[in-house]
Design a protein around this ligand. Structure first.
Ligand code: FAD
Length: 360
């Protein structure tokens, strides 16, 4: 893979193996630390999609996927916090590069240089109109109001990219994606999670938060937002394969020959799902947004990797016997991470595909 030659990937591979992975159990217990975020910034992982003029690595899609695989394989909690931030840098780059862009250049500069960690709050748009964050136009700014169900990295991030829905024209609701500083009118409440527990995920209340146009990343109609979300959330993605690679490694290191056999049988299957998933997404992207998005095929691969992670993490747990359930054993950590992978980025289409597959 060409991406493996990139110096950023080489640095992250070492960091994920030498620092994140040995600490993954502790991170799950005590939470991703400020130091880890500083390390990721120093390594160049907070602005890997930014252009070189901002000190970014400007990674292509293949290298970006590899970065996700490496971090998820090192520590799933760290990956989750980082993964909320990282793609938004690419969105901000697009917003800044648009002709006539009015985006706050000082803020963009800090984000494109990887100096600030962002949280994200996109998933509540999926619940519109039952429950959502409202974006209301008032004078020359937007006012955001409502409950964000999930914000990972709370306490580490200084700004959140929030998607609010403007339904002032009920026939044409729009999604307003904007950056909100964590400050007045933004209050988090801890959640008790049984998976991804170290991801510092909180429920966050927004009360009358005013957002100027210069902090708006994009405004788009809800239908096109949903179409892109349903398609994107349908994919088997790099983090699934990163977690699978770590579990396969641990199965290979088991004293039980039968565990090696599980790895031997499943490694090519995981590799096949990975190759199919990446090439399918690439083909759809190349065909453009107006071409068929092939959501059912993508969902089938997401279901397949969810099943594979279930099998692999169960095999690891079995191989570790009773110790696998103790708090200092990675088998239970990976099994819980695999459960989280089933609900993260879940849309109703994903949920239906997963449940239908289990009913056959
Ligand atoms: C640990 C963790 C961290 C996360 N971090 C982030 C983050 O940083 N940023 C982000 O944007 N997202 C985040 N997510 C959200 C994640 O992507 C969502 O889990 C996903 O979008 C599914 O949404 P949901 O879990 O809120 O469930 P929903 O899709 O809302 O559904 C939950 C269940 O309740 C049912 N249900 C829903 N509404 C109702 C209702 N009104 N009445 C009755 N039943 C109902 C559904 O049918 C379903 O069975 C995180 C999630 C988790 C678990």
């Amino acid at each position: 893979m060409t991406g493996e030659l990139d110096p950023l990937l080489a640095r992250i591979e070492v960091y994920a193996g030498d620092v994140l992975r040995p600490r993954a159990l502790e991170t799950d217990r005590t939470g991703v630390t400020e130091q880890t975020i500083r390390d990721l910034a120093d390594l160049g992982a907070l602005n890997h999609l930014a252009p070189a003029e901002y000190g970014g690595a400007d990674l292509d899609r293949t290298a970006d996927r590899r970065l996700h695989e490496l971090l998820a394989g090192g520590c799933y909690n760290t990956w989750l916090v980082w993964a909320q931030h990282a793609p938004q840098v690419g969105r901000i780059r697009q917003a800044v590069e648009e002709p006539g862009s009015a985006f706050d250049t000082a803020l963009a500069d800090r984000l494109l240089r990887g100096e600030v960690l962002l949280g994200v709050a996109l998933s509540d748009v999926r619940r519109f109109p039952d429950r959502y964050v409202a974006a209301r136009r008032t004078g020359d700014c937007w006012v955001f109001e409502g409950t964000i169900s999930w914000v990972s990295g709370w306490g580490l991030n200084r700004w959140i990219g929030v998607a609010g829905v403007d339904d002032s024209e009920p026939e044409r609701p729009r999604v307003v994606h904007a950056l909100i500083p964590i400050g007045d009118g933004v209050v988090g409440t801890p959640l008790r999670l049984s998976a991804a527990a170290g991801s510092r995920t909180e429920r966050v209340q927004l009360t009358g938060v005013e957002v100027p146009d210069s902090h708006v990343i994009a405004v788009q109609d809800l239908d096109s937002w949903r179409a892109a979300d349903v398609a994107g959330a349908a994919d088997a993605r790099a983090h699934h394969f990163g977690l699978a690679a770590t579990v396969l490694d641990e199965l290979r290191a088991s004293p039980h020959p039968d565990a090696h056999k599980v790895a031997e049988v499943w490694a090519p299957r995981v590799d096949l799902i990975r190759r199919q998933a990446y090439s399918l997404t690439d083909a759809v992207t190349a065909a453009g947004p107006d071409a068929p998005q092939r959501v059912d095929e993508r969902l089938a691969l997401k279901v397949a990797i969810g099943d594979a992670l279930g099998v692999l993490t169960r095999a690891l747990l079995i191989s570790r016997a009773g110790r696998g359930l103790s708090a200092d054993d990675t088998a239970q950590l990976h099994a819980r991470s695999a459960l989280f992978a089933l609900v993260q980025g879940q849309t109703s289409a994903v949920r239906e595909a997963q449940l239908r597959a289990l009913a056959t």
